[in-house]
Structures are given as structure tokens and as C-alpha cells.
Design a protein around this ligand. Structure first.
Ligand code: C5P
Length: 240
């Protein structure tokens, strides 16, 4: 059972440690996880993940690894040791990379003396269209590719996927126990920013999402804490 507040992953889309920790302190108790992405991780490194965890907060380490199996496994092992709650890689790295990464997540957690991170696969980046997938030789629509990649992730021992809310229902039907994390979430009446295929928080969880990633609707709100609490209220109502 995941409580409504715990389902909100706040995207720490800032570039430095001081701003990141200010957001963590401001939103502590109002969201469930903090997402550390490439910009922040490249700037500040694993010590920031450890610092956020030391405050009793959970981290989604969004580094989207994609390389040969041995390199992906090594990166996952190293990243898992710094104690993220969730981390990810690209399904496009392939089934062997995913199988080895799943083992490496357990190894890394044992080495770091931390709980094992849930390892999820990015299916198809939401920036892709049928045309840009076609350029890469990937047949069919993004939605079809998402289903194929989610099945491969499931068969490779991965814990779940990152997918758009539009694809969550179909993935949930095929993978009842998979963890589904959806970005592209916008509360009713808030700006879409540069997101195009969006759902409301309640729409996303009703489609089967376990966690929703929310950045600008909270970060750019006049009162970010109230914005986060309003999302929790919406999720509570949607989940009954
Ligand atoms: O500000 P906003 O709510 O749009 O932030 C969404 C976060 O989720 C950003 O960190 C963005 O990089 C990430 N993300 C996304 N779409 C994806 C994968 C990740 O918006 N397909």
C-alpha cells in the first residue's frame, strides 16, 4: 500500500546542491520522493543522493543508463550503493543488460549496506514520434514499442517501467505487479509547459501509475507546499 503523498516524486530540476537541499527541506513531508536527474548528478555526484537519504528522504535516481551490459551493470552497482529508492536504465540497452543490471542492483545495495533500489526501465522517450522511431528502424507507433519494451523489461527481471500516463493502463493490464512511474502529469488548470501528452494526477493513478513525477507545477507555484498538498488531496480522492 502506497499512501497518496508517497506517490508524488518531485523533480529536483536544479543544478546545484544548495538549491536542491532547499527544495528537499521545503517539501519534506509533502511529497514521497525526490528525483535526481543527470544535470544535478553530474554537478554534485553520489554524495548528494546520500545527503538527501540522510535526511530520511527517498531518491529516484533518474540516470537512464544505456550502454553495453557489462558497463550498465557496473554503473547500476555503483549507483545502487548510494541508496536510491528507485533508479532506471533504458530498455533499449537490451535484455542481457537488464538482466545483469537487476543482479547488479542487489550487489550494489549489499555493498552499500542499503535497501535494494527498485530498478525500472525507460521504454520509449516521450519525445519520440512514429517518424523519429522509424528513423531508428523501430517499427510501429511509440505506444506499440512501449508495450514491447515493457514486456522485455518484465521478462528480464526488471521491477517496472517509466511511461507516459497514456500508456500506463495497457502496461498495467499486461504487468499487474510492475512498478509504473509516469512523468507528464499536470493538475487541472496548470500550465502544460513543454509537455504535450499529459494527464492529471488522478488520471495517471487511475490508469495504473504507482508514482507520478511532478516538477514545474510544484516548483513554479506561488505556494509549492500547497500545490503538493493539493495533489495529495486529489490522489486521496481518486484512490478512495
Ligand atoms: O516540470 P515537469 O513536471 O515537466 O518535470 C518532469 C520531469 O520528468 C523532468 O525532470 C523531466 O526530465 C522528466 N521526464 C519527462 N518525460 C519523460 C521522462 C522524464 O518529463 N518521458
Amino acid at each position: 500500500m502506497i499512501f497518496p503523498r508517497e506517490r508524488i516524486i518531485f523533480a529536483l530540476d536544479v543544478s546545484d546542491r544548495v538549491s536542491a537541499l532547499e527544495w528537499v527541506d521545503r517539501l519534506s513531508g509533502h511529497v514521497g520522493l525526490f528525483k535526481v536527474g543527470l544535470e544535478l548528478f553530474v554537478s554534485e555526484g553520489p554524495s548528494l543522493v546520500e545527503e538527501i537519504s540522510a535526511r530520511g528522504e527517498r531518491v529516484f535516481l533518474d540516470l537512464k543508463f544505456h550502454d553495453i551490459p557489462n558497463t550498465v551493470a557496473g554503473a547500476v552497482r555503483a549507483a545502487a550503493a548510494c541508496g536510491p529508492h528507485i533508479m532506471n536504465l533504458h530498455a533499449l540497452a537490451g535484455s542481457e543488460a537488464m538482466r545483469r543490471a537487476a543482479e547488479a542492483a542487489s550487489d550494489g545495495a549489499a555493498r552499500g549496506g542499503v535497501d535494494r533500489a527498485k530498478l525500472i526501465a525507460v521504454t520509449v522517450l516521450t519525445s519520440h514520434t512514429s517518424d523519429t522511431l522509424g528513423e531508428l528502424g523501430i517499427a510501429g507507433s511509440p505506444a506499440e514499442a512501449v508495450q514491447r519494451f515493457a514486456q522485455l523489461a518484465k521478462d528480464s527481471g526488471i521491477d517496472g517501467v517509466v511511461a507516459s500516463p497514456m500508456e500506463a493502463a495497457q502496461i498495467r493490464a499486461a504487468w499487474p505487479g510492475g512498478l509504473i512511474v509516469t512523468p507528464g502529469v499536470r493538475p487541472a488548470g496548470t500550465s502544460l509547459d513543454d509537455q504535450s501528452r499529459v494527464a492529471t494526477p488522478s488520471g495517471a493513478v487511475k490508469s495504473g501509475a504507482d508514482y507520478i513525477v511532478v516538477g514545474r507545477p510544484i516548483r513554479n507555484a506561488k505556494d509549492p507546499v500547497s500545490a503538493a498538498d493539493a495533489i495529495t488531496a486529489e490522489l486521496s480522492e481518486a484512490l478512495g
